[in-house]
Each structure stands twice: as C-alpha cells, then as structure tokens.
Design a protein around this ligand. Structure first.
Ligand code: XBP
Ligand code: MG
Length: 249
C-alpha cells in the first residue's frame, strides 16, 4: 500500500525538547512553588521512562518523603505544577531555547511536496505543541497537518497506542498507509502496537535505547549520513515487523 501519511512524534523527535525545555521548566516551577526538588539532566533521563509530565511527577513524588501524601493534596500540587511548567516551557520555546532537529523541517516539506500528508501523535499537552510549532513553522503551522493528536485527545500515554489509533481514525487510513517517526522505545512501542511501521531517530536520551521492531533506525539523524528522503520513507511504509538499520558505516 502506498505511503499516505507521515506521523510525527514531538518531544525528542521534532526537537530535543526535554533537557533544555521541559526539564528546566519543571525545575523553575518547583522553585516558584517554594519546593526544594530539582531534576538533574541525568535523573531526568531516568524519569523519561514515564511518559507524560503529570505521570512523571507522580512517579518521582512517590519516592520523596517530603511530598504530600497520596490523594487530593498530591493531585492538586501536581496539577498546579504541570500548568505552571507548561507556561514556562512555552515561554522558553518562544525565546528560542529549542531548535528543530536537523532534517525535520526539510523532510516535512519534501513529504508534503510529494503528496504525503503530515500528522502528529504525541503524549505532550496541546499547549506545548502549539508553542513549539508556532516557533518552528509560524502561526499557520496547523494548516500543514491533516491530524494533530495530543495528550488531551489521547489520555492513555505511550506506549499505549491510543494516540496513533486516534490519528488513524481521523485520517481514515489503515496502518499500512502510514509511517511513524519516533525517538524513544515507548514511542516505538506505541506505534508498533497500532500496527504502524516506524522510523526511529534516537534523541540524546535514547541513544542506547532498544529499538527492536523498528522499520529502520537512523542513528545519525534524519540528515544522516545517509539522509532520509521520500524514496526511503516510501520503502519503509508497511514494514511494521521488520528490523533494519540505516547507519553511516
Ligand atoms: C513526551 C512526553 C511528555 C513531555 C512533557 O511525549 O512524555 O510528557 O515530556 O510534556 P512525546 P507534558 O515524545 O510522545 O511527544 O508535560 O505536557 O506531558
Ligand atoms: Mg518522543
């Protein structure tokens, strides 16, 4: 089946948003709330095993004796911190703290030019997607995407396939007509569980990730070498259950 749509993950795939974006914004939110907790670059890497900012905080707070006890007080704290974190993240992104990864905007442009639709399947909040794409592509960014599924639309976070299933139903396309682009093991697992072939471009936190089951892994990023082009995308679509790799050597 010919490739009809390229489905992009956001954090780590479109941009390295985590270490200098979300992590710093979380720490700013902790400080503004008078909390002594700070997430180092290293410990944040471990916390990334949990998808979703709220879920990540809950996982961390479960290990802190000075966090409010489980229940409404902890839930309220997490909700308030998450709102403040996202506001601070948007400000950081607007100020230029995060750039698109090499090859992302080129490949999006080439796909559109070749008649392949673009979509987004992410577990991040809609406000974060809005902030990032407005900065990277301009105020009319949404016009370039046939479907944009965020945390609010698919509350079951990756590795659950819900975000990808929602994209498929919005596009009215079978998984064989799609190719996902992901950076993490959880993202790969989500796309695979939806039956979608997946090109992995590992982000800094997942350089050593287990990407068994990917249609291909471009270890050097989308610009390579070798660079990923539309012909490569078309060749990968439908290869949901093969493992291969695109490497420079
Ligand atoms: C990545 C995530 C998100 C972000 C933070 O999603 O798991 O939680 O780290 O965003 P993806 P929120 O790679 O699927 O885009 O705080 O809004 O969850
Ligand atoms: Mg990701």
């Amino acid at each position: 089946m010919p490739l009809r749509a390229l489905v992009w993950d956001v954090d780590g795939t479109v941009a390295e948003t985590e270490a200098d974006g979300h992590r710093v914004a979380f720490n700013e939110a902790f400080a503004a709330a008078g909390l002594p907790w700070r997430w180092s670059v290293e410990c944040y890497g471990e916390l990334l095993a949990v998808s979703g900012g709220r879920e990540r905080m809950l996982a961390d707070f479960a290990t802190r004796p000075d966090a409010p006890p489980l229940g409404p007080a902890r839930d309220a704290l997490v909700a308030a911190l998450h709102l403040d974190k996202n506001r601070r993240y948007a400000a950081r992104v607007a100020a230029g703290a995060v750039a698109a990864r090499p090859g992302v905007l080129r490949l999006m442009h080439e796909a559109l030019h070749a008649g392949i639709a673009l979509a987004i399947a992410t577990t991040t909040s809609r406000s974060n997607v809005e902030a990032l794409f407005t900065t990277l592509m301009g105020a009319d960014w949404r016009e370039h995407f046939a479907s944009v599924v965020c945390a609010e639309d698919a509350p079951l976070k990756k590795p659950d396939p819900q975000a990808y299933q929602r994209v498929m139903s919005e596009l009215g396309l079978a998984p064989e007509a799609l190719l996902a682009v992901e950076d993490s093991p959880n993202g790969l697992a989500a796309a695979r569980a939806a039956g979608i072939a997946t090109l992995v471009t590992p982000s800094v936190y997942f350089r050593d990730g287990d990407f068994t089951g990917a249609a291909a892994v471009c270890a050097e990023g989308l610009d390579g070498p070798p660079a990923v082009d539309v012909a490569a995308l078309r060749a990968l679509a439908g290869r949901a259950y093969f493992s291969d790799s695109i490497r420079s050597t």
